[in-house]
Design a protein around this ligand. Sequence first.
Ligand code: ADP
Ligand code: ADP
Length: 227
Amino acid sequence: AISIHLRHCARTFANGTTALHPLDLDINAGETLVLLGPSGCGKTTTLRLISGLETPDAGGQIRFGEEDVTRLPIEKRDVGMVFQNYALFPNMNVADNVAYGLKIKRLPAQEIRRRVEEMLAMMHLDAYADRAIHELSGGQKQRVALARAMAVRPRVLLFDEPLAALDAKLRDRLRIDIGQLLRQLGTTAIYVTHDQAEAMALGDRIAVMEQGRIAQIGSPREIYHHP
Ligand code: ADP
Ligand code: ADP
């Protein structure tokens, strides 16, 4: 797994909105860091800087391990992303959606089949490999999106409110499965949410954001245990 380092990363948009004040952040190799905070506090902007969808203002630097990725476009960063709205390919069945990134990487057919089966099993989708996307429930679609993102074993996994569109019961189940998967894969992950329960359950550490700054960072215990 790889560590991530943000140095002096700020972002002010053309309209004058400052989404992020200069930010330093170190994410340990293999940990899940949760960015927690209310709407508008800068969580998504931070995530987009790490993914390469957004570039920090002049003076900012982002490293993956020793590698400076500040100017590297998203497709070269080797990151997997899962959003709130699944962005699956509607004309491919479940297995083909999960296989998509593996085919782009030109893995051997046998390896692709093995990994697709493994990911579908981990996401409890074994029975759905041949299903069309429109046949799936919302929770199942999000499981496919997770399987697809993780199948390629990216260097970094980025989650932007992946459970926000689901009802409470589904959310609880999927949260548990994501936690298991993250522990099993050991991939460095950044997980954006405004949900405290999700942050507690999934974060090795939690960065609490307020108005474009990290107000507090630490383990769930450190954040929520007030002496
Ligand atoms: P969060 O993910 O915590 O809800 P964001 O990072 O999306 O917060 O947004 C932080 C602030 O930046 C908000 O005030 C938002 O309206 C603003 N913002 C985000 N993207 C843009 C943009 N492209 N142009 C202008 N303002 C933006
Ligand atoms: P949930 O309550 O979990 O969101 P749904 O009520 O949407 O689930 O669906 C329940 C079950 O029915 C799921 O296992 C789903 O795969 C299946 N299902 C949903 N829509 C269809 C459909 N159009 N055709 C076949 N099976 C479907």
